[in-house]
Write a protein that binds this ligand. Structure first.
Ligand code: ZN
Ligand code: ZN
Length: 176
């Protein structure tokens, strides 16, 4: 199985990492996997940045030796970060809790309504499934790092500067 990085032939495929379309001719990462039914292989497509954040091991295999890719060092650094902190690829943005019903997967305590929480996803059967939340304040315990504002902003581009400042404070992160 060889993973690849190549320009998208059409604009129809959606990225497995963020569910947004991948533009025609944009470079995309293709992860080769065994078909669910065990008869052959299929390819999962990702934006390069989504792949670096969420599929770091296979992405780095495809990136190796590719000196033609703009941002390659930055993408490799993001992937390395996700290997060093093995839970970091589960991070899928941030939000203010709409209810007080969820419990934090790190400390098991409820997450108060209106406070910042970090949604998690697990990669299972070739897709990312929502799998709970952690308190912003539990980020360091859970992920092993609180340096995650850039990732959050990538997955939730609608967050404002003010939101990101509040979030960084709640996570105890250094502010960019
Ligand atoms: Zn994506
Ligand atoms: Zn917690």
């Amino acid at each position: 199985m060889t993973h690849s990085i190549e320009p998208a032939k059409t604009g129809r495929a959606k990225c497995r990492g963020c569910n947004r379309p991948i533009a025609k001719d944009e470079l995309r990462f293709g992860e080769r996997v065994t078909n669910v039914f065990g008869d052959g292989e299929t390819t999962l497509w990702f934006h390069l940045r989504c792949a670096a954040f969420k599929r770091p091991e296979t992405f780095l295999e495809a990136l190796a030796g590719r000196n033609d890719i703009r941002d390659a060092p930055e993408l490799a650094a993001a992937a390395d970060e996700g290997i060093r902190h093995r839970r970091l690829p589960r991070l899928h943005g941030a939000e203010r809790a709409p209810t007080g019903r969820a419990r934090c997967r790190a400390c098991r305590q409820p997450i108060a309504r209106g406070t910042w929480r970090l949604p998690l996803v697990y990669f299972e059967e070739y897709r990312f499934e929502p799998s709970g939340f952690v308190h912003a304040g539990c980020a360091r315990d859970y992920f092993g790092t609180a340096d995650l504002i850039e990732r959050v902003h990538y997955f939730n581009p609608e967050l404002t500067e003010q939101d990101l400042r509040e979030l960084a404070e709640a996570c105890g992160s250094r502010v960019a």
